[in-house]
Write a protein that binds this ligand. Structure first.
Ligand code: SF4
Ligand code: SF4
Length: 370
């Protein structure tokens, strides 16, 4: 059965600006009906790493907060701590980064709660009994909320092809221990001929698993590595690539979907998804930079189905031409933009497996906002 995905393009007028359009999408997707007066509503988003500029503008979040309050809910903004050392690996740094990126109370009109607490240890274990995970470790603030509204910035991703709603919910609501489980099949590899011994990877590694050794090149300790993948992007010389343990490339996406199923397990009829398909950068908002968008801004989508909304976003991106001056330069007309950005990653795995385990439907009907 196909699911409805409500869509608006990025056109705006004096009578109907983009913030108003977000309010209209909220109503048309039926989000008012999933909130009862007095319920705690977790607005799961990504506050962006320090230095990143790709995340969703706080003004849009304020509008969503306003709509939740109109429906009688008590909204709070949330995300879980990161696995890697960066500006969001504990609640203090995370909140400071969120505020510096514009998510201050005065702007968004809602409190910020870090889902898995001060140091990532505040989680609820939810049984799922699926292929990879018997149970999943979900940040308590999300697990205990009455309603979940996942607000996602859709973009490319180095390990999963793209980052959409499934990733925002599955990976994003996982506690640090949960994120470690999801990443455990990734192991980076140092291309010694490219290494310039700059030690940048060591500065970002959360476990000290990689360091410049006596031979003046980075050496990785596989026993210490937790597979967070941070070093693969922070190396300025492209000397680190991912080597998948036991050819387990698909496992990361499958585990992510299993985590998402744990997040939504006790929230039947209490979940909504809004996805911003603009500023479509090639990498995740977890990085301390945002490279040029790879296709033009497309629109904003809302749905009650996380598989359908991700499938719609992937299809809409693939219908566009790659932008010159971006990482798709010279590949403007490729059919599969994500495969061109992350060769060897089958991004559809999260959708196919998500559908298999009952997260939603890959078939969708795009309903355009009048
Ligand atoms: S060496 Fe391992 S733990 Fe360290 S940053 Fe790289 S992937 Fe993460
Ligand atoms: S960041 Fe890259 S170039 Fe620098 S030491 Fe690490 S692997 Fe080598």
């Amino acid at each position: 059965m196909s699911s409805k995905v409500h869509f608006t393009d990025m056109r705006a007028t004096q009578k109907l600006n983009l913030i108003d359009k977000v309010g209209r999408l909220f109503s048309e997707a039926g989000f008012k009906e999933i909130i009862s007066p007095g319920e705690l509503v977790a607005v799961k988003l990504h506050f962006g790493e320090k230095g990143n500029t790709g995340f969703i503008r706080p003004q849009f979040i304020r509008k969503i907060v306003e709509e939740i309050k109109k429906a009688g809910g008590k909204p709070f903004l949330t995300d879980a701590n990161t696995l890697y050392a960066g500006s969001r690996s504990n609640a203090v740094d995370h909140l400071r980064t969120a505020i510096e990126n514009g998510f201050a109370y005065a702007v968004v009109d809602a409190p910020l709660v870090i889902a898995d607490g001060l140091s990532g240890k505040d989680y609820v274990q939810v049984p799922v009994d699926l292929k990879h995970c018997k149970d999943v470790k979900i940040g308590s603030a999300v697990a205990l909320a009455d309603v979940l509204l996942a607000v996602t910035h859709f973009k490319g991703h180095e390990a999963t092809g793209f980052g959409g709603a499934i990733k925002n919910v599955g990976m994003g609501c996982g506690s640090r221990a949960g994120k470690q489980v999801m990443h455990s099949d990734m192991l980076p590899e140092v291309k010694t001929e490219k290494c310039r011994a700059c030690s940048r990877c060591n500065q970002w590694c959360p476990t000290g698993a990689i360091a410049v050794g006596e031979l003046k090149m980075a050496v990785l300790d596989p026993q210490l590595c937790i597979g967070c993948g941070e070093c693969t992007i922070t190396c300025p010389h492209g000397a680190i690539s991912v080597n998948w343990r036991n050819n387990m490339k698909d496992a990361l996406q499958e585990k992510m979907a299993e985590y998402a199923s744990g997040v939504v397990k006790n929230k039947k009829g209490k979940i909504g998804f809004i996805t911003f398909l603009n500023n479509i950068t090639p990498d995740c908002d977890c990085f301390s930079f945002s490279d040029a968008p790879v296709v033009k801004d497309i629109g904003i989508l809302a749905s009650r189905d996380m598989v359908a909304i991700d499938q719609a976003c992937a299809d809409l991106v693939n219908m566009e031409r790659g932008l010159p001056g971006s990482r798709l330069e010279g590949k403007e007309d490729v059919k599969d933009k994500f495969a061109a950005l992350t060769p060897g990653i089958d991004w559809s795995r999260q959708l196919v497996y998500g559908e298999e385990i009952g997260l939603g439907s890959r078939e969708y009907e795009l309903v355009k906002l009048e």
